[in-house]
Structure formats: C-alpha cells, structure tokens
Design a protein around this ligand. Structure first.
Ligand code: ADP
Length: 452
C-alpha cells in the first residue's frame, strides 16, 4: 500500500509538471499567435508603404515629364521668337543696305533717288519701331515694367490723339492718300474729369490702336471713344474703324506676338506684329482687359478697359498742342543745342535752320552753362542726356540752381517709355526721343513759341 501511495504521488507530481508545461506551451502558443498577428500587420503596413511609394514615384515621373514637355515647348517658342525676330530685323535692314548702296550709283535719276531715299527712310523707321517694341515686350514679360501713376485730364489725353491721328495720316507708309474723318466721342458723365493712371502707357495703347485703324482702313472714318462702364468703376475706351476687318477665326490670334493676318492682297502692310501683344499686356498690367469685334469688309472695334480712379485735383494738363506746326518762324530766337555727337548736332541744326532760330552748340553740360552765362536771352535748350564731363540731368539741375527758367527739352536715345516719366520727374519740360522727328520737334517748339 505504501508503494502504491508513493507511485500515486509520483504520478501526481508528474501530472502537475505536465500541467504546468502545458500551461507554458499554451502561453508560448499564445505569444506565437500574437507575434504572427503582428508580423501580418507589419507586412500589411509594409505593403501599404510600398504601394504609396510606387504611386508617388509614378506621380513624380508624370510631373517630371510635364516639366520636360513645358521646357521643350518654351524652348521651341523661344526659338521661333528668335527666328521671327531675326526675319523682322533682316527685312528692313536688307532694304536699307540695298537701297543705300543703289543711292551711291552715279547714273540714277532724281526720281529714283527720291524713291530709294523714301525706302531707306521707311525701313529705318520700321527698324526703330521694332527695337522699341522688343524692348517693351521683353520688359513686360520679365515682369520688369512698372506703371507710373499720376493725374491726367482725360479730355486732354483723348484730344491729344487728334495730333497722333493727323501724323499717322501724313506718314506715307501708313496713311498714303487717305481721306478719312476722325471722330472723338467722350461720354458726358466723364467730361472734364481728372483721372489717376499711367498716361504714357495709356497713350501707347491708344496710338497703337489708332495706328492699326489707319493702317487697315482705306475710306470712311475712325472713331475714338470713352465711357464709364455702367456697373463698375471702370473706363472703357474703343477705337472703331471702317476698314478691312478681321475674320472670326483670326480674332484671338492677333493678340499673340509677331502675328499678322496678311489678308489684304492689294497692299502689303508694314508692322512688327507686336503692337497688339504689347497693348494687350499693358492693359492687363493696368488692371483691365482688351477684346475686339469685327466683320470682314465692314470694320473692327477694339475695346479695352482700365480702372477708373478719379482725382479731385484741378486739371493739370492743358489741352492738346496746336495742330498746325509746319513753317514755324523763330527768327531771332536763341536756342542752345547740347549734343556731343557731331552727326546728330548737324541734323538738328539743319532742322532748326528752317525755323530761322539762332542755334548755339554745346558739347557738354558745362558748355551749356558757359553759353548761358555768356549769351543773354537764350529762350530754349535742347539737351542731350548722355554727354561727357557733365550730363544733361546734372546740367539741368545746375542751370535751374542759377535761376535760369527757360524750357529745357530732353533729347535722348533712351527711348523706353518709362524713361520719359523719369526725365519729366527730373524736371525736364518736354521729352523728344532720337532720332528726332521733324514734325514732333516743330510741334513742341510751336507750343512754346506761339505764332502770331
Ligand atoms: P502690326 O504691327 O503688324 O500691325 P499688331 O499686333 O498691331 O501688329 O496687329 C496684328 C495683326 O492684326 C495685324 O497685322 C493685322 O493683320 C491685324 N489687325 C490689327 N488691327 C487691325 C484693324 N484695325 N483692322 C484689321 N486688321 C487688324
């Protein structure tokens, strides 16, 4: 019995051990299941990350492709811009080179000489226009063009366009033999107001549109109008012509640079194809927009808006310049021409000789002051800006300090439109850009020396 009891005990203790081993095993099993679960979860997580990475890579690749396409596109645009540019520069340049060499030949008739001369003049004008346009558009596209806001009389600004129109009609590359009327319509509720705007840029847009209107119209009229939009503080300007019109499918494209429609088979129109691109961007910069309506054979209307900022100040700009300025007589009037370039001086002196003015030549700012101290009654100074020793701006400040009050007109090759604003701010009374146009010079002189 004792043996049996012992056996029983042994079995019991073995049993207990087994039980505890079983517990342990169960525990272990539990842990393993948990670990497996964890591993599964981690695996899932990893899978998720992998998927995310894959789609990220896909996305980035797509973005890179787009960027590459964009870069290639802008490269193409740049190349075609340059190709266009080179063509536009070569065309007038070839004409200048060709016809000026013909001018040197001995056996040409007077008519031929006049004709060649006209072509050289016209092509030089085209080239100059192109250079100004390119400078403007580069500045705009580089975001470097800043507006210069100031107060202007809206009436004066609009009626000044009459002078622009007259000049356009006289230009033989645009307005040859045209009998066209000009209408100006200003809505009554904006008459006699002074607005705050960049008048140089606004004038540039208006004269671009007028230029086109005259260029593409043979007969009829051109109308320039302005009104306040009924439901916004915006001014709307329009230039209407009775010209050749623009087909519907070309109406958007004319605002792109270097685009010309070439519809008119009878006449080849001069132009850079930049005018509307510049005008459109200028208007956008001013906070407005431009659009057109047109019917082939009936005419076109170009509309654009700018914000209407009213000013209460009194009119600061007197009305437009005299219209008739040919044959101005300045006998005995003493004028100083400050110009360090002999050829330029020669040209200006020739122009002034027609007015019978007495011309004094200064080659530096210092010499201008010398002449002023030596000669009495100098009535006007045409001042070059870039001169050795003392430049035009310094000379202007110096002579004003010495209490000389005669008008001083800046003449410079810096032809960027915002340069004008800068020079006016320096205190110049007027601005004329080189090469000096005879009509413009006489118009300015006429406004200072009213003819009896
Ligand atoms: P361009 O210097 O050639 O006139 P623009 O950008 O000013 O350049 O005009 C682009 C083109 O739009 C012109 O070549 C012409 O085909 C067309 N266009 C512009 N204005 C008019 C208009 N008033 N009537 C008819 N066509 C016009």
């Amino acid at each position: 019995a004792v043996k049996l009891e012992e056996k029983q005990e042994e079995i019991n203790s073995q049993n207990e051990e087994l039980m505890s081993q079983r517990d342990e095993l169960e525990n272990n099993n539990h842990m393993l299941v948990e670990q497996k679960q964890q591993i599964l979860e981690q695996h899932e997580e990893l899978e998720k990350h992998r998927n995310q990475l894959e789609s990220l890579v896909e996305e980035r690749t797509h973005e890179l492709l787009l960027a590459k396409e964009k870069a290639e596109e802008s490269d193409r645009l740049k190349s075609s811009f340059l190709a266009n540019l080179s063509h536009e520069i070569r065309t007038p340049l070839n004409a200048i080179l060709g016809f000026s060499s013909l001018l040197g030949e001995k056996d040409i008739t007077d008519e031929e000489r006049a004709e060649y001369n006209r072509i050289v003049q016209g092509s030089s004008g085209t080239l100059l226009e192109l250079i100004n346009d390119i400078l403007d558009i580069s500045k705009i596209e580089a975001g470097q063009l800043e507006l210069d806001l100031h107060e202007v009389s809206l009436d004066a600004l609009l009626s000044d366009q009459v002078v622009v129109f007259d000049m356009l009609l006289k230009r033989d590359d645009i307005g040859l033999n045209k009998d066209m009327a000009f209408k100006l319509s200003i809505d009554n509720d904006i008459r006699d107001i002074t607005i705050v705007t960049d008048s140089v840029r606004l004038n540039q847009v208006l004269s671009n549109l007028l230029n086109n209107a005259v260029k593409f119209t043979r007969e009829g009229y051109i109308e320039l109008g302005c009104r306040k939009l009924p439901d916004a503080e915006m001014l709307e300007f329009y230039v209407r012509d009775t010209g050749i019109g623009i087909r519907e499918e070309n109406q958007q494209m004319v605002f792109e640079r270097f685009r010309k429609v070439e519809e008119d088979k009878e006449r080849l129109h001069r132009g850079t194809g930049l005018g509307l691109a510049i005008s459109n961007q200028l208007v956008n910069l001013m906070g407005g927009s431009m659009h057109l309506t047109s019917k082939v054979g009936e005419g076109s209307v170009f509309y654009f808006t700018i914000p209407l900022i009213r000013s209460n100040a009194s009119l600061i700009q007197v009305s437009s310049r005299q219209k008739e300025f040919n044959g101005i007589d300045l006998s005995g009037v003493k004028i100083v021409v400050a110009e360090d370039d002999a050829a330029n001086f020669n040209y200006i002196e020739r122009l002034l000789r027609k007015t019978k003015a007495i011309v004094y030549h200064a080659e530096t700012g210092r010499q201008v002051l010398d002449i002023l101290n030596r000669e009495k009654d100098i009535r006007l100074i045409l001042m070059d800006i870039k001169m050795p020793e003392m430049d035009g701006i310094e000379a202007l400040h110096a002579l004003r300090k010495l209490n000389f009050t005669m008008p001083v007109i800046a003449q410079t090759a810096y032809a960027l439109a915002d340069e004008v604003v800068k020079l006016k701010r320096e205190g110049f009374d007027e601005y004329i850009s080189k090469p000096i146009q005879q009509d413009l010079l006489f118009a300015i002189l006429a406004s200072y020396f009213k003819q009896s």
